[in-house]
Design a protein around this ligand. Structure first.
Ligand code: ADP
Ligand code: MG
Length: 401
């Protein structure tokens, strides 16, 4: 892979850097700046080398048109604080504002362009539309540095096509992410446990297939657990369920048995009367969810206390742990216990602990843990999972050829 450290003479060059500044926002307020913090080392290096730095990123999922709720301006302001220098912000991505801001850059200057996804070309399914957008972006730079690890699994204009148009290389964040994730795929110290949760059930079920031959223990919580419980023949009330995936999950369970992989499921569930902070809650056995006072309308929103304790014990016995996906709806304190217990256990692992996923990373910080308590907090959710699956990631492949 072409690396930034191999590139000489950055002084005075216009360098476009693709970062992942896709931070969670509450209005205009950044609730977790982890991804911005993670972007700083490469940007700072470029600044110190005297480059003119043009930062591009997406935020959220706007519909290919400007939408103020997804403006990168708060991220640009935060970046300015972290770099302790002024950062220009252009209120468009490839328009007159961006043009003017890039022209005005001095050596060591930084500009953040507005959300890439305000332009339909960024995520277009049409190759020529993506290429056309990438060509416009490319006019701003002499060199392209790819450092948005969270998007390297996407074939998008600023990730894939742009890297083909300009001379390009990987930034330090991508290098660091790959170094750690490679330790999980190549001879992990055993026992190796993977903990999966969250809400993107069908996305994550696919990963299990690829992980099974490599792991010793698989712990399942969060929204996907209900498809597992249903696969064992239990009723799950109104909890998240992907009924069409039940046969697939039954297949995983059978294969896990053959391979000697221990699948750890919760034995109790925190069931809620509805989705919300003012819900009534009850703890039920995982095989009796509909026996709660809420019957078939009960929603499983967290793993129960016994399960949280058991998951923590299982995690602490491992020497390598990868965790993606909160155990429950941690955004509501009542349903954060399982996630908190898992996070705490990861901080106590005698070995390598890795947290991956936007919401999982945000969860550990929101729940009061420090980044330094973990071996590594990956900025990529989907990207880290696809890497662990052994898939070829377009945004990395393009930096190889
Ligand atoms: P990540 O971004 O870390 O990959 P996901 O995006 O897959 O994680 O999932 C995060 C979301 O999953 C959180 O917003 C959380 O509220 C939700 N979640 C976790 N458990 C459940 C559950 N039992 N039911 C519904 N949503 C859940
Ligand atoms: Mg997420």
């Amino acid at each position: 892979m072409r690396k930034l450290s191999d590139i000489q003479a950055l002084d005075g060059k216009r360098v476009i850097i693709r970062c992942d500044l896709n931070v969670p926002l509450d209005g205009k307020n950044i609730t977790d700046d982890g991804r911005i913090v993670a972007s700083v080392p490469t940007i700072k290096y470029l600044v110190d080398q005297g480059a003119k730095v043009i930062v591009i990123s997406h935020l959220g999922r706007p519909d290919g048109a400007p939408d103020d709720r997804y403006s990168l301006e708060p991220a640009a302001n935060r970046l300015s604080e972290l770099l302790a220098q002024p950062v220009l912000f252009a209120a468009d991505t490839v328009g007159t504002q961006a043009n003017g801001a890039v022209k005005a850059l001095d050596r060591g200057g930084v500009v953040v362009l507005e959300n890439l996804r305000f332009n339909s070309g960024e995520t277009s399914k049409n190759d020529s539309e993506r290429k056309a957008f990438a060509e416009k972006l490319a006019e701003f730079g002499d060199l392209f540095v790819s450092d948005g690890f969270g998007v390297v699994h996407r074939k998008q204009a600023s990730v894939y096509e742009l890297a083909q148009i300009l001379p390009s290389c990987a930034g330090f964040l991508i290098e660091k992410e790959l170094e750690v994730l490679t330790r999980l795929t190549t001879a992990p110290v055993r026992p190796y446990a993977v903990v999966l949760g969250g809400s993107k059930v069908s996305d994550k079920l696919g990963v299990i297939d690829h992980l099974l031959p490599n792991v010793n223990k698989l712990l399942i919580g969060g929204g996907m657990v209900f498809t597992f419980l249903a696969a064992l023949g239990h009723k799950v009330g109104a909890s998240l369920l992907e009924a069409d995936q039940i046969p697939t999950v039954q297949g995983y369970l059978a294969r896990a048995k053959e391979l000697g992989v221990e699948v750890v499921l919760p034995t109790d569930i925190l069931v809620a009367s509805k989705f919300g902070a003012d819900a009534e809650v009850a703890t039920t056995r995982a095989d009796e969810i509909e026996d709660s006072p809420f019957g078939a309308s009960g929603l499983g929103l967290d793993i129960g206390p016994d399960s949280a304790e058991n998951f923590a014990r299982e995690i602490k016995e491992a020497k390598t742990v990868f965790w993606n996906g909160p155990m429950g709806v941690f955004e509501i304190d009542k349903f954060a216990q399982g996630t908190r217990a898992v996070a705490k256990a990861l901080t106590e692992v005698d070995g390598l602990s890795v947290v991956g996923g936007g919401d999982s990373a945000a969860a550990v910080r929101i729940l009061g843990f420090e980044d330094s308590q973990f071996g590594h907090i990956s900025t990529g959710g989907g990207a880290s999972l696809e890497f662990l699956e052994g898939k070829k990631l377009p945004g990395l492949e393009v930096l190889n050829d």
